[in-house]
Design a protein around this ligand. Structure first.
Ligand SMILES: Cc1cc2nc3c(=O)[nH]c(=O)nc-3n(C[C@H](O)[C@H](O)[C@H](O)COP(=O)(O)O)c2cc1C
Length: 173
């Protein structure tokens, strides 16, 4: 499917309605709820069976997804602010909770993501940081952006990690 051309226009999300999806262990979408389809502007049929990167926005740093996959493949949950791309080119920022799906024997059989509206204060703070990470990745690669992110977080306090980033965002002023 052709990638939508991003436009600088936001999709307005409702409070308290979750945008949900499940994937298999490779990140192929196996389930989406109605609100996912409504916001992303894809039909459920267009989404199911596609890699989850179908809604990937070019403003998202690669390093965030690297950390995500390191975590979930090792059975750890992860939360992150994600900027996604709708089919019509608009964007929507979501607070995303990534979770692990296991069978009765405890084997990972897939992953789950639950997303809700995120406050503008948080996205305004993160936007320039993410843009900087993307610029580093373009010029020097993902290791350099990972190193920058580590230094950036530790410069805001010893306990500020990528896991506490969203709770600690108020320190970034
Ligand atoms: C359960 C689950 C949900 C995901 N949701 C998103 C999402 O909403 N947006 C997104 O860009 N990537 C999402 N990803 C990450 C994608 O699988 C992928 O790593 C990312 O889009 C980067 O794609 P790329 O490596 O092809 O550039 C999700 C992964 C999982 C396992």
């Amino acid at each position: 499917m052709k990638r939508p051309e991003p436009i600088d226009e936001e999709v307005v999300l409702q409070n308290n309605i979750y945008i949900e999806s499940d994937t298999d262990t490779k990140g192929i979408i196996t389930y989406v709820n109605d609100y996912f389809a409504e916001i992303s502007r894809y039909t459920k049929e267009e989404l199911i069976g596609q890699p989850h990167s179908i809604v990937r926005h070019p403003d998202m740093p690669k390093v965030l997804f690297k950390i995500l996959w390191d975590r979930i493949q090792n059975g750890h949950n992860f939360v992150a602010a994600v900027k996604n791309l709708a089919k019509d080119g608009r964007y929507y920022w979501v607070f995303t909770d990534f979770d692990i799906l296991k069978d009765e024997e405890g084997h990972i059989i897939g992953y789950k993501a639950s997303r809700k509206k995120i406050s503008k204060h948080v996205t305004d703070t993160l936007d320039p940081i993410y843009k900087h990470l993307v610029a580093i990745e373009k010029e020097e690669g993902i290791e350099a952006s990972e190193a920058y992110l580590d230094t950036f977080l530790s410069s805001h306090g010893e306990d500020v990690t990528v896991d506490t980033l969203l709770q600690e965002i108020h320190r970034f002023y």
